[in-house]
Design a protein around this ligand. Sequence first.
Ligand SMILES: Cc1cc2nc3c(=O)[nH]c(=O)nc-3n(C[C@H](O)[C@H](O)[C@H](O)COP(=O)(O)O)c2cc1C
Ligand code: SF4
Length: 354
Amino acid sequence: MDNQIMQDLVGKSKTKKVFEEVSVNRLKLKNRLVRSATWEGLGMPDGSLPEEVFEIYEELAKGGVGAIITGFTSVSADDFYFNGMMRLCSDDLIPQYKRLTDIIHKQNCPVIAQLALGAYYRVCEGEAYRQIEPDGMTADEIRQVVGIFGEAARRAKDAGFDGVQIHAAHFFFLSRFISPAVNHRNDVYGGSTENRSRILTEALQEIRRNAPGLHVTVKINSSDFTHGGLTSEESLKICRMLADVGIDSIEVSGNGTSVGGIRAHVNEAYFKEFAARLAETVSVPVILVGGLRSVEEMESVLNDTKIELLSLSRPLLREPDLPLKLESGESTESQCVSCNACYSSRAHKCVFRR
Ligand SMILES: Cc1cc2nc3c(=O)[nH]c(=O)nc-3n(C[C@H](O)[C@H](O)[C@H](O)COP(=O)(O)O)c2cc1C
Ligand code: SF4
């Protein structure tokens, strides 16, 4: 029999399950569920962590999820984009983050630091810090940003993280940088798709140089859903470029990330179509996030597409032990009603939890 037909038949007959062990580029997960990055807003201004953060992550890891991605963790001390960001901006913080990874590892759960820059800030003459958009930055400043992603990754490795995620979604700095709606530069960092996304390939290479052996993933917009912004065609192209330079996995999201009013069996998995197309065109594992609520939908995503991992944020705010409940059959779907009230609650706790 023709080799290709044989491979197709073997591929088709293998059913992917939510609850099975899986290895993806240097990561071993006990199941295919990933906690998508979720900002708790509890980091101190210098990046240090209060006791509550350790408790939240311990509860999550005990709940049976296959891997955890931390809330956005700034690579810079001078990033004032959101309050309560975690930070990996100084070597002094390494012991605290090591304590965090040790707690999570005790539950046989790998952990990835989501490395982010909310915005770039510069001290302007006679002023305090001012937010500078990509068009106003010098090429040297851009290279400095690439450098601090590398340094943060080295700290993540020293702190015991299994990987890092480059946050290039949701109009955070890197997401704005690659967007034609925001970046109008006419040097090597602007203009063509290749030039706008150069900052991502350089950050990836810098991370590899500084922290060899880590799983390096990216979270990216499938579309900016903004007039003149990144389209799905261009996002696919950028993802292929990242695959060519060795990204280990790609998590697909989009602006307007936490869509409201999602119901199990009704309107789940709102970035599925794009993620499925991406998974057809790259050989790196694709992670789908956004509105996954029922085991039935999760299994259909896994088996109707080449998507490898499923990522959850709000369902794990509502029920940190949802993976255990789904695996045991105690439950078949999340109780999260996608009201988004957690965005304004203290520590971003689900308002339905006592
Ligand atoms: C309270 C809250 C905080 C979030 N923080 C982050 C974050 O730090 N980084 C990020 O990439 N996405 C963040 N998100 C978006 C989620 O990771 C996820 O992409 C989105 O909520 C859709 O998935 P879901 O339907 O499983 O919630 C956050 C979402 C919520 C509700
Ligand atoms: S408050 Fe609770 S139910 Fe509402 S979206 Fe957040 S996690 Fe889901």
